[in-house]
Design a protein around this ligand. Structure first.
Ligand code: DGY
Length: 313
């Protein structure tokens, strides 16, 4: 039986399916493994099932000798895909199953930021709501605004579809529309015209720092930036500076720069910033579906078939 090392306890139904075909060794604890423990656990295994917190670089591939890395995430910037390709190691991800869930969160952040949802919740909990008055916590409308989608892949398109229900005009940069109602723009044009800019690009060398001081400076004063993609796509220093000088109307951030991600503490006091702890795909249903997809990929490879979600190797 081929051995599979799993770095995070998957739902038992998925682990059972894997165990019917492979010898499965899983980290029993809901804790990110130290690099040395990951290497020790995966050494000699056929496949390694990872989360996006597990860094799989050339040294890990060489030390373990695994033939497949199945990432339980759609993003795979934690894996050195070039190093894997050179070593003929297959890499898979979990596309499709988290699209709608992540798009829901992007919309939640848009609404929360524009309608001051988190700030209102804090006010009520602080016992500071003493009855309605006409000037209380005025936000701004989402419906009818112009949304700029940067990266019109699966998730970007799902966000654009939702925007239709909010009577929004949708601009996009990068990717292919399935919908003729969406308007293509260069990045500078999109930034200048949008009331809300939502990021949906993967983290690659080309997208690292894609939104910096110049890009933020192009955005409308009072526009809102939404990031459910990767923190490193945005230059945090530039974002904090833009928010501090009142150039932006706010930001809705689910992801943060660094690995592990570290929200900049200067954001904590900003009422016009809404932050969530990288929970774009974090629903019970979607996390189950992601685990199932990772298992599908391992089982295909273990049975000599081409894994359905191959990204490299
Ligand atoms: C992904 O899949 O890349 C998300 O960031 C976490 O699920």
């Amino acid at each position: 039986m081929r051995r599979v090392f799993v770095t995070w306890p998957l739902p038992s139904a998925s682990l059972d399916r894997l165990a019917a075909v492979c010898q499965v060794i899983s980290n029993p604890r809901e804790e990110i493994l130290a690099r040395a423990d990951l290497i020790r656990g995966a050494a000699g295994a056929f496949a390694l099932v990872t989360t996006l917190r597990d860094v799989v670089d050339a040294a890990v591939l060489d030390a373990t000798g695994v033939k497949l890395v199945a990432n339980v995430a759609v993003g795979f910037d934690n894996i050195d895909v070039d190093a894997a390709r050179k070593r003929k190691v297959l890499v898979t991800n979990t596309p499709g199953v988290l699209t709608e869930t992540t798009a829901d969160l992007a919309f939640a952040l848009m609404l929360a930021t524009l309608r001051r949802v988190a700030e209102g919740d804090r006010l009520v909990r602080a016992g500071a709501f003493h009855g309605w008055h006409p000037g209380l916590m005025l936000g701004r409308d989402l419906h009818g605004k112009t949304l700029g989608v940067v990266g019109l892949g699966r998730i970007g398109r799902a966000v654009a579809r939702r925007a239709r229900g909010f009577s929004m005009r949708v601009l996009y940069h990068g990717g292919r529309p399935e919908d003729i109602g969406l308007e293509p723009r260069s990045l500078p044009e999109l930034l200048a015209e949008s009331d809300i800019v939502s990021l949906h690009v993967p983290l690659t060398p080309a997208t690292r720092g894609l939104i910096g001081a110049e890009e933020l400076g192009r955005m409308k004063r009072h526009a809102v930036l939404i990031n459910t993609a990767r923190g490193d796509v945005v230059d945090t220093e530039a974002l904090v500076a833009a928010l501090e000088r009142g150039h932006l109307g706010g930001a809705g951030l689910d992801v943060f720069e660094g690995s592990p991600e570290r929200p900049d503490p200067r954001l904590f006091a900003m009422e016009h910033v809404v932050m969530t702890p990288h929970v774009g795909s974090a629903t019970v249903e979607t996390r189950r579906a992601m685990a199932e997809k990772a298992v599908d990929n391992v089982l295909a490879a273990a049975q000599g078939q081409r894994p359905p979600d191959l990204v490299g190797g």
